[in-house]
Design a protein around this ligand. Sequence first.
Ligand code: CO
Length: 176
Amino acid sequence: MANMRIRIIGDDVLRKPTKPVETFGPELEKLASDMVQSMIAADGIGLAAPQVGLSLKFLVVGMPIDEEDEDMRQIYTFANPEITAEGEELIMREEGCLSIPEIYEEVERPDQITLKYQNLKGEHLEMETSGMLSRVIQHELDHLNGVLFVDHLSPLKRSLLKGKIKRMQQEAEGED
Ligand code: CO
């Protein structure tokens, strides 16, 4: 297992279109386990492939299940996920992103979604979910379409964050 470098806003790969996952089995299992490890090491609850530099329709989620031990997670992996239905109820909730450190803002999203996807073996599955898991999946799925959570904010909020994001990009470039 290896920790992967997490890309920061301003990196082109975060805006690039992603390709469908076509290879399943051991290779994808290895990617999933590397991404899960990198997500937990960075204190995140979700990670999409573009965030580790891969333009692939793949994401992992790790929901905390034990308040005492933050590394205890319920792990979910989604290849080629697609939302097929959304509930009518919209909810505002604060989000953050490993690719946009230190910025947390409220974003409105549907509470309930129906999702079709493939598992690590390539089997086609469907799930219906709501609450925190639904929120994380929607956030990560945005990454597969080159969308970041700050794109959902009002133009005013975005312009207020501009300076902060610019400094963040400069710091990230300095590390390369
Ligand atoms: Co994110």
